[in-house]
Design a protein around this ligand. Structure first.
Ligand code: 26V
Length: 800
């Protein structure tokens, strides 16, 4: 580790920096400045101190000619930037002190920053954590993404139903955005392919410009900083002057509108692949801009493209950028005269592919007609890649082909064009090997590897949970932020009563703060002494929010049946968005809100049970909820959740998990110890077996009186008296189309919830288990994950 690059700064100096920026960058004075102005001035003052390490890192990479990592992702779910940067450069407290001198509050200003919501969920947030870890580890890297004008939609509830509104983060000035109009590339679409003198030329029918915007990503202690380069689409010709002069203003603006559409919106459906032309164009737009940029940078200091794999590692975050292979091959062959076989080898040695889902409906497949129309040259190259593979592996089974049944299968394409393919948890990787790519695995043994996901402890512990971070530092000293395995040092203190008391007092304080926040947001009063039971993630059938709410109803019924019983108070907190077109998920949201209204208004419950569903769950809300959770709901149907990362954030912050053997839950349980984890439910193999009984749901319902009662209540309209048949569809699906085995896992889940209550009644046991969760989560740092990628896939060295 090198010494920090940053010169020290005093509170007074930093105050002067803020004032200088308020005057000269924002153009106002303290008397007239709004919170927005103050936040911008603060951001610029911090940014100045990010720029130094950023340039230094970039210079080092050039002078040392280091191998660079390029992380291609359609999503980067960054959230807020200000406080994260302030913490990493060590100026969080100095900035707060300087602002106090100016009569401003750091937290208030920081919370005014809109989230950069350029992602749907886990996949996009993982990319953001990985960018931060690459910077922390000194891994020379660029992230490449799209600068969506509108990120993931805003969610609100009207009569309990999700309503979407456009998200507009770019209407505010972006202090972390450096526009690079000089870095722009032409991206072609459609047109035709010509053969001239034995050389192939693609003549696109449409073009747009991809124009770069750079964001610095600074690592812990500012020892290194990388670039997140987001592409904005611009027209190649601003407008049609001839039409404009004729007075046809709308038509004159067509090229501009066409281009802007490309980087306008993030597709909000991360569950069903839809085959939309605009989405394919977005994917190619990102990929082509990235590959052109990568080649331009390489060719500045090298001339032999056969050495590209020594200097370039390209990671595809799922199949969305899987045109990287064909695009790289196209440029090598058509523009640089390299033979196809050689180009194909170069591409494969550069490329890696991370798979994030096994759900068949989310696997990308493009019709050959669409691919051939939008990208005619790429369609030819895809066919050539497929033919080469067929020739190299004559025994390959037909379904390993990339092109089949008039479709291009992007998973097979990404697999065949990569030297390494990875899953995101041990179980998921095993299923990728055994099911999704079983035959390709046999043809390419060793290509599929596992890299279990991780989360950055800087944002998810240091920033989100200053109380617990303080206790950790007091107990084991500094240094855990960049070496999370050191958390194991807490274990020695778990038997120390004073330590446990402080641990639980911090949790209690976090819950009290979150309770105030929830009350403001939703009007629901949550008792900080109740169990805070949290399920936050996208709403999807496989994640089984339905199982959670059904069991909540069962618990409500028990409280009503035995009002003098020994019930443990709980607050069930939900958060998450549904894809706008996912009717079943929207129905589940509606049901949760209806159940919440009914239960929260029931005086018989006497505060023993509350259901809260704050709208618009996002990164910033996660930062509030994770530190306040006692119980983490990770209850997906086994075999369906590739990894999960919220599970890691919650356990790291001292929540106990109630969960199935799915995704990274398996490894979390192994690490924290099975005695500190509430396991329930069918295993992935049992799920397959269970479905063979066509009457599985009926059998499960008939065997459970509580479940029968719950379904009966919903069917009778107890939660929708204004429309009693509102949830007939939900009830019918549980009885007759219960693909995700809600009924089959209900009793086991209900029992596990009773065990949770049992442990809660023994506060000292709970405290031990919670503290052990934090102490044993070091493995799930994204630093560990990124080290794995660096060693196993990218072959890159740390520069620090
Ligand atoms: C799929 C699609 C389909 C086409 C249209 C747009 C779109 C956008 C995103 C996706 C990705 C779905 C895959 C995904 O998000 N997987 C999640 O990845 C997390 C990080 O590895 C993992 O923790 C979650 O378990 C997994 O569901």
């Amino acid at each position: 580790m090198t010494t920090p690059l940053l010169p020290p700064v005093t509170i007074d100096q930093f105050r002067d920096d803020i004032l200088r920026h308020l005057t000269y960058s924002v153009g106002t004075d303290p008397e007239h400045a709004s919170s927005y102005d103050w936040r911008l001035a603060l951001s610029f003052a911090l940014r100045d101190r990010v720029v130094e390490p950023w340039f230094a890192s970039t210079r080092r990479t050039w002078t040392e000619d280091s191998k660079r990592v390029y992380y291609l992702s359609m999503e980067f779910l960054i959230g807020r930037v200000l406080e994260d940067a302030a913490i990493n450069i060590g100026l969080r407290d100095i900035a707060a002190g300087a602002l106090a001198l100016l009569g401003q509050d750091f937290t208030t200003l920081a919370e005014g920053e809109p989230d950069a919501a350029l992602g749907n969920g886990g996949l996009g947030r993982l990319a953001a954590c990985y960018m931060e870890s690459m910077a922390t580890l000194g891994c020379p890297a660029y992230g490449y993404g799209i600068r969506y004008e509108n990120g993931l939609f805003r969610q609100r509830f009207e009569s309990g139903q999700q309503v979407e509104a456009p998200e507009d983060w770019l209407t505010q000035r972006q202090p972390w955005d450096f526009e690079r109009p000089e870095s722009a590339y032409t991206i072609g679409f459609k047109g035709h392919v010509e053969n001239v003198d034995g050389r192939v030329r693609w003549i696109p029918g449409e073009t747009v410009l991809a124009s770069a915007h750079d964001m610095p990503v600074v690592g812990w202690r500012a020892n290194w900083a990388n670039t997140l380069r987001l592409w904005a689409a611009r027209p190649t010709t601003l407008f049609d002057l001839e039409r404009f002069n004729r007075g046809d203003y709308a038509a004159a603006a067509e090229p501009e509108i066409l281009a802007r559409t490309l980087s306008r919106v993030l597709y909000p459906d991360d569950t069903t692949y839809q085959g939309k032309e605009l989405r394919l164009k977005q994917e190619y737009f990102l990929t082509s801009a990235a590959i052109q940029d990568i080649l331009r940078r390489f060719l500045k200091t090298h001339d032999d493209l056969r050495q590209l794999p020594d200097k370039v590692a390209i990671q595809m975050n799922d199949t969305h950028p899987a045109l990287a292979g064909p695009e790289l091959i196209r440029l090598l062959v058509d523009h640089h005269g390299i033979a196809f076989a050689e180009a194909s080898r170069i591409a494969r040695e550069c490329l890696g592919y991370t798979n994030h889902t096994l759900l068949p409906e989310a696997l990308e497949r493009w019709s050959t007609w669409l691919m051939g129309t939008v990208l005619p040259r790429h369609m030819q190259i895809i066919e050539a890649i497929d033919a080469e593979h067929a020739q190299d592996y004559p025994a390959r089974p037909a379904h390993t082909a990339i092109v089949a049944g008039n479709e291009v299968k992007m998973g097979e394409l990404a697999f065949i064009t990569s030297h390494k393919v990875n899953g995101v948890s041990a179980l998921h990787t095993d299923l990728v090997r055994r099911n999704l790519f079983a035959d390709l695995d046999r043809l390419h043994p060793g290509r599929i590897i596992n890299e279990t996901n991780g989360v950055t402890p800087r944002r998810w512990l240091k920033l989100a949970n200053p109380g617990l971070s303080g206790l950790i530092t007091d107990t084991i000293g500094e240094g855990w932020e960049a070496d999370l395995d050191r958390l194991s040092g807490l274990e020695a203190h778990v038997e120390d009563r004073a330590f446990r008391d402080r641990f639980m007092a911090i949790k209690r304080a976090n819950k009290a703060a979150t309770s105030d926040w929830l009350a403001k947001r939703t009007g629901v009063q949550a008792d900080p002494d109740a169990i805070f039971d949290v399920q936050v993630k996208r709403i999807h059938e496989y994640k089984r929010q339905l199982l959670n709410i059904l069991q909540t109803i069962a618990q409500w019924q028990r409280i009503r049946d035995t009002p003098n019983g020994d019930h443990v108070p709980r607050v069930r907190i939900f958060g998450g968005k549904s894809a706008p077109g996912y009717a079943v998920a929207k129905e589940i949201i509606h049901l949760i809100n209806d159940v919440a209204a009914t239960i929260n208004a029931d005086p018989a419950v006497k505060g023993l049970l509350k259901v809260v569903f704050p709208a618009n769950y996002n990164v910033s809300m996660a930062e509030k909820l994770m530190p306040a959770a006692d119980l983490s709901e990770q209850i997906s149907t086994a075999g369906k959740e590739a990894s999960g990362t919220g599970n890691m954030k919650l356990s790291l912050n001292g929540a106990l998990t109630i969960g199935t053997l799915d995704g990274a839950n398996v490894e979390i349980r192994e690490r924290v110890g099975p005695e500190n984890f509430f396991l329930f439910g069918l295993t992935a193999d049992q799920v397959i077996q269970r479905r063979k009984d066509v009457d599985h749901a009926r059998h499960a319902i008939e065997a459970s009186q509580p479940l029968r009662d719950v379904l009966q209540m919903i069917a009778e309209g107890r939660f929708s008296p204004d429309q009693p048949d509102r949830y007939h569809g939900v009830v019918d699906r549980v009885w007759n189309h219960d693909y995700f085995l809600v009924a089959s896992d209900f009793t086991a889940y209900d029992d596990a919830q009773s065990q949770v209550d049992g442990v809660w009644r023994r506060p000292d046991d709970w405290a031990r288990m919670a503290a052990l969760n934090t102490a044993r989560m070091g493995f799930f740092s994204s630093d560990r994950a990124i080290r794995g990628y660096m060693n196993d896939i990218w072959s890159v060295e740390s520069a620090i």
